[in-house]
Design a protein around this ligand. Structure first.
Ligand code: DGL
Length: 278
């Protein structure tokens, strides 16, 4: 699959749902003049407990539609689970920069004073070869405790961020890590930054909570600037960039949830992929 001639200037982003918005908001803050096309694959969320072949097929399908219909200039896989399952294939298939997510283990082990680091992620991310390589690269530097967090993505997608059930679930994942002496907590799923205020309440002020959105935004900025440098003089503009939001789920419901998460009026449209769905 090669993207079409006459590329427009948007950066494509996708996630299983509304987690990628935590990455999008960092990108938008870092690159306010860029245009974005965001796809929430809400119909298939969560990805974290699905067969990784299915996650791969969904990722390819969305990427192909974004490349061909929206002629994006770069693709951000704003999902750790989809990155683990598909980023290599996407890089082989697309002729634009593809930027993925990776749990921020490196900065976490570097800054941990207790030498004990906790990581919260989906089952699929933690079971992936990609993650196991990352773990191998860092586990001589710190004791790394992994915690699969079943149910947290669903809580975001169902608008249950602040329910008692969700708070209890979070406590059951986070507090045992604190008992083990963790002083640095990695949020290894893009949905989890939505819980940061609740996690902060649970762990107190002395624990570092690290997510990847800002680092990825910087990386995207670097890659896209490099890519468009020859044209940048002619395309320079001070206008605010626009974002188009799409979902494979119920657009009304997703708009409502996203608006409440971002405290702003966000309107999603229906997204249909070019090929038959898995
Ligand atoms: N935001 C995705 C991630 O970073 C969530 C995966 C899921 O849908 O379970 O892994």
């Amino acid at each position: 699959m090669k993207s079409c001639e006459g590329k427009n200037n948007s950066i494509g982003i996708f996630d299983s749902g509304l987690g990628g918005l935590t990455v999008w908001r960092e990108m938008q803050a870092a690159m306010p003049h860029e245009h974005f096309v965001y796809v929430a694959d809400s119909k298939y969320a969560p990805y974290g407990n699905k067969d990784s072949e299915m996650v791969l097929q969904r990722s390819l399908c969305i990427a192909e539609t974004l490349a061909q219909t929206h002629q994006i200039k770069a693709l951000v896989v704003a999902c750790n689970t989809a990155t683990a399952a598909a980023v290599h294939h996407l890089r082989e298939t697309l002729d634009i920069p593809v930027i993925g997510m990776e749990p921020a283990l490196k900065p976490a082990v570097e800054q941990s004073e207790s030498g004990i680091v906790g990581i919260l992620a989906t089952e699929n991310t933690l079971q992936s070869d990609k993650f196991s390589n990352l773990l191998d690269a860092h586990q001589h530097q710190a004791r790394i405790l992994t915690q699969p967090c079943v149910g947290l993505v669903e809580a975001v997608e169902q608008g249950e961020l602040h329910s008692r059930k969700t708070k209890d679930l979070l406590a059951s994942y986070v507090l045992p890590l604190m008992d083990e002496g963790v002083d640095t907590l990695v949020l290894g799923c893009t949905h989890y930054p939505w819980f940061e205020p609740i996690i902060r309440e649970l762990v107190g002020d002395d624990i570092a909570i690290i997510s990847t959105g800002k680092a990825v935004a910087k990386q995207v900025q670097k890659q896209t600037q490099k890519q468009i440098q020859p044209q940048s003089k002619t395309h320079k503009t001070n206008k605010q960039g626009q974002t188009m939001f799409y979902t494979t789920g119920d657009a009304g419901q997703v708009s409502q949830l996203a608006s409440s998460l971002l405290q702003s009026n966000i309107v999603f449209q229906s997204f249909s992929t070019q090929h038959s769905e898995p």
